[in-house]
Design a protein around this ligand. Structure first.
Ligand code: 5GP
Ligand code: ZN
Length: 118
């Protein structure tokens, strides 16, 4: 995937709009355009990493920080009593957008069963 055409790289560059909830020098978070729960955020590294399958040792800090930020965002954005993180990976994981992203999912009542994609 070319970073020129990657939809999440375009969001990082501000070329397409997003409902941003967080950004720092390495990460960005915004509302999923098609939410599956009352809280459904996407947390991404600014750097184009295609998927979990492409992670390298040098990414360990950014991936660790994604976990910490996800936890904080879930609480701040309306799911203080727990949440779910999903990282769909590759063909088997039914990944649609090949720029690493963590779904942060939660809301007022307990989520349905583990596998939600139809
Ligand atoms: P995946 O299936 O790759 O794990 O998830 C991709 C997610 O990106 C989907 O939940 C989809 O709704 C979301 N998405 C796709 N295009 C856009 C977009 O342009 N803006 C936002 N905010 N979310 C998007
Ligand atoms: Zn990208």
């Amino acid at each position: 995937m070319n970073t020129d055409t990657c939809i999440f790289c375009k969001i990082v560059r501000g070329e397409i709009p997003s409902r941003k909830v967080f950004e720092d020098d390495e990460l960005m978070a915004f509302h999923d355009i098609n939410p599956m729960a009352p809280v459904h955020l996407l947390l991404i590294p600014r750097e184009h990493i295609a998927s979990m399958a492409e992670l390298e040792q040098r990414h360990r800090n950014v991936v660790g920080n994604m976990m910490l930020v996800a936890n904080r965002l879930a609480v701040e954005q309306g799911s203080p009593e727990g949440f779910r993180l999903i990282v769909n990976t590759g063909r088997i994981g039914r990944q649609d957008v090949y720029h690493l992203h963590m779904h942060v999912i939660g809301g007022a009542s307990p989520l349905p069963g583990m596998i939600m994609k139809s």
